[in-house]
Design a protein around this ligand. Sequence first.
Ligand code: SF4
Ligand code: SF4
Length: 720
Amino acid sequence: MIDTAQDLKEYKKRLKNALHNDFLRQTLKNFYEAYPAGRARALEGLDVQGLRAQIAACKDQALPRIEELFETFKTHAEAAGVKVHLARTALDANEIIATIAKDNGVKKIVKSKSMTAEETFLNHHLEQEGLEVVETDLGEWIIQLRHEGPSHMVMPAIHLSRQEVADLFTKVTEEPQEPDIEKLVKVARREMRKHFLSADMGISGANFAIAPTGTLGIISNEGNARLTTTLPRVHVALVGLDKLVPDLHTALQILKVLPPSATGQVITSYVTWITGATECTTAPGGKKEMHVVFLDNGRLALARDPVFSQALRCVRCGACANVCPIYSLVGGHNYGHVYIGAIGLILTYFYHGRKNAQAIVQNCLSCQACKSVCPAGIDLPHLIKETYGEVLRQGYPKPFKNKLLARVLKDRRLFHFLLRRAYLAQKPLARPKGGLIRHLPFFFGKEHDFRSLPAIAKTPFRDMWSRLYEKVENPRYRVALFGGCLVDFVYPEQGHALIKLLKGRGVQLEYPLGQTCCGLPAQALGEKDVAREVALQNLKAIDPSDYDYIVTLCASCASHLKEAYPRLLEDEPGLAVKVKQLTDKLIDFSSFMTTVLKVSPKEFQGSRKKVAYHSPCHLCRGLGVTQEPRDLLAAAGLDYRTARREDVCCGMAGSYSFEFPELSAELLRQKLDAVEETGAELLVTDCPGCVLQLRGGMDKRGAKIKVKHIAEAVAEEKKG
Ligand code: SF4
Ligand code: SF4
C-alpha cells in the first residue's frame, strides 16, 4: 500500500530526501531534458491545438452522458458474450473481481498495467483473498516485487537504476544477474512466460471503452497486455467510467496524441481492440469467460461538478509529470498518490481523500507547463488551486499566512500602511546600497538563505506619482499602468523606466491610485473570496473604458488579471462588459513596446551589451507572449544570448519559494547556471517577482551578472 505524507512537515522531510537522491535526480533530469524534443518530433505535422480542442469537446460532451454510454456499452458487450458490472466504490470493484475469480476456480492471475487497479489497490485485495497476482508489465513487475507504487503513470519504475533492478532480479531468480538492460529484459521475459502459461485469469485495464460497439481499446509497448487478455481462460477488464467514449473516432483522435505525449512515440507497439468474449482453447467449451468492471469511485459526481469535471478528460498520458519542474526534482512518489504529476494532485483528493491530498496539493509553482502540454486541454494549475481551496474548506487547518492575507489584502489602506512600516522595520537590516537586505530577519530558517532579499523602497511609486505625472496634449493613447505590489513598493525604478521610454511618444500615462494587489497571492493560497474582493477593488479603481490600454510590468499580475478575473467575477451582476474590456485592453510591457508603439533600433544606442533572458511562466505560457521580449531586446541593440531552460520556472512562484525553499533554491541554481554559461553580463526578465528571485540568487553566489527588468535595460539604451 502507498504511504503518502499527510502533513507538510513530514512531506518536506521526504522532499529533502528526494533532493539528496543523486540517482533519482539525474534520471529525472535526463528524461526532463530529452522529453520535449521527443514529444515535438512525434507530434510533427499534427494540428495539436485542433486535436486538443476536439478531445476536450468530445470528452466534455460525453461526461453528462456517462450513464447512458455505460448502458449502451453494456447492451453491446453483453450481446457479444461479455458480463458487464458497475462498481460504485473501489472496494466494490475489488470484491466483484475476487468473486469472479472464486466462481471460476482461479488460483493464479496475470495482470497487465492498469492505473485503475492501482487506484483500487486491487492486488492487495486479491492477495488477501489468497490469490496469486503477477504484474506482467516490466516496470509494474519491478515495483510489485519491491512492494512500491508507481512513480510515473507510464513509466512506473523510472526511479530505479539498472543495478537496483539487477539486485532485485538476483533475489527473485536466485541466480546472479548483471546490470545490463537487455539481459534483464530477457530474465523478465523468461520468468513471465511461466506465469502467462500457468495463469487462470488475466486482468487488464483499458484506454477506451467504445460504447456503440462494446469494444475495449488497450495500448501497450510490451505485448504483455495481449498475452494477459488472450491466454488465460478468464479475462477481467477494470475500467474507469471516464474511459467510455461515444465512438471509435474519438478513440482514434486520442490515440494520435496519447503516445507522443506519454513517451514521445508516434504510436505504441501494440494497439489491441477487443469486442466480445473470444475463443480460448483452455476455457471450458472453448470460449473465454470475459467480464468488464466499470469503476465509479466518485467519477459520476465529478462529472457533474462545474469546476472539476474537466479532470475526467484525462487520458493518463503522464505528460503533466514529464514537463513539471517539481516532478523533475523529486519524482512521483513525492508528487502524487497513485496518480502522479499535476493530475495526481487533483485526483488524489477525489479518489483517495483529503488526508492524502492535503500536503502534496500545496507543492505547485503554477508555472503552467503541465497545462501547455496536456492533450486533453485540462487547466491543471487552476484545478490544483481549486483543490487546495476544497482541502481548506474540508477542514485542513488554515495556515496563519492565509488568515493574515485575508485580513490584510482586502484592506488596501492597511496593506499599504504595513508595507510602509516594513520599510522602517527593515532599516537595520538593509544594505546601504543595492536595495538588498544584509541578512535575513530571524524568523527565516537557514534554508531560506539561498538568495538575498530586496529591501522595501523608501518611497513607493504611488507616493511619487503626483511628481512624475506629465500631462500629454492630444495623446495617441491613454494608458493606465497596473503596477502590482513589487513595482509599487519594492522596485519603483521599473515604473520610472517605463515613464522614460514613453516620453515623447504621445502616451498619456495614468497611475490610478485606488489599485491594489492583483490578488494572485490570495488565489494561490486557495483564498478565492479574498481574490474576488481584491479583483472588485481593482476594477473599481481602473475603469477600462477610460483607457486604450492597461499596461503592466508584471507578467504574473497580467496573467492573473487576464485569466482569473473573468472566472472570479463571472457572477458579479453588471460587470461582464467591464471585465471583458479589462482583459481585452490588458497588455504586457514588451508587447506594448513592440506591437503598439513599434519601437525601432534608431531610438537606441546599440551598445550590443550581452544579455540573457528569463521567460516568466506567466508571460510565455500564461499570456502566450514569447517573441515580443526578444524582439524588443533586438530593437534596443542588445546582444541577446539564448540560455538553456529559458522558459523553465525560476522557482519564485510567489509564496512558493518561502514554503518550499529547498526546491525553489534548486530551480534557481539550475537557472543561474544556465545563464552563466551564456557569457551574458546582464540578465533581464519581464516580471518583478522573477527579478527578486534571480537578482537575489546572483547576489548570493557573488556573480557579476546584473539582473534587471527588461524595461530598465531597454530604458538605459534609449538615446537622449
Ligand atoms: S492531465 Fe493531461 S497531461 Fe496529465 S496525464 Fe491527464 S491527459 Fe495527460
Ligand atoms: S503548474 Fe507547474 S509546478 Fe504545478 S503541477 Fe503544473 S507543471 Fe508542475
